[in-house]
Design a protein around this ligand. Structure first.
Ligand code: FES
Ligand code: FES
Length: 79
């Protein structure tokens, strides 16, 4: 299995809507960060879907190393 690549060494702040499903790019290859655009198919990884619990700004991991994906957990600071 291929490993994720770093899309950005920091989170992507993004407004999400309560109850809506999103597909966070886990592979780092999407041109539509932080969301999946199908580019993972070439590398055998898959996006992580999540439902927003509330309407707010979500800080979605750009480095793809977070232990709490799809959310940034600060891991990018050690890259
Ligand atoms: Fe990945 Fe912060 S951007 S942990
Ligand atoms: Fe990265 Fe789909 S493009 S998970």
């Amino acid at each position: 299995m291929t490993t994720p690549i770093v899309a950005q060494k920091g989170p992507y702040p993004h407004a999400v809507e309560a109850g809506k499903t999103y597909y966070w790019c886990a592979c780092g290859r999407s041109a539509n960060q932080p969301f999946c655009d199908g580019s993972h198919k070439a590398v055998g990884l898959a996006p992580k879907s999540f439902v927003a619990e509330r309407s707010a700004t979500a800080y979605l991991c750009g480095c793809k190393q977070s232990k709490n994906a799809p959310y940034c957990d600060g891991t990018h600071q050690s890259l």
